[in-house]
Design a protein. Structure first.
Length: 82
């Protein structure tokens, strides 16, 4: 007997929940983020700016843009710990 497993629904992406977690991590632990998304329209960016992100990186992800965002994160971390 062969068993077949099927995924019947797509994973749920809950932006509100993710933003809530990001806000909590920022407030409680000073964790900042690089937001990566295929949907970074200006309205979404405005909504996420309250979390003081290090950078926004759109999809498709260019390695040069990701490297730049990581460098920004490193510089900002150095500035806050000095």
């Amino acid at each position: 007997m062969k068993l077949e497993t099927r995924v019947t629904r797509k994973p749920c992406f809950d932006l509100r929940r993710l933003v809530g977690v990001a806000h909590w991590l920022l407030q409680e632990h000073s964790v900042r983020f690089i937001f990566i998304s295929g949907n970074l329209d200006e309205g979404r960016r405005d909504h996420l700016r309250a979390l003081d992100p290090v950078a926004f990186v759109g999809k498709p992800i260019l390695s040069s843009r990701l490297a730049e965002a990581l460098a920004q994160a490193s510089l900002k971390k150095s500035a806050t710990t000095s």
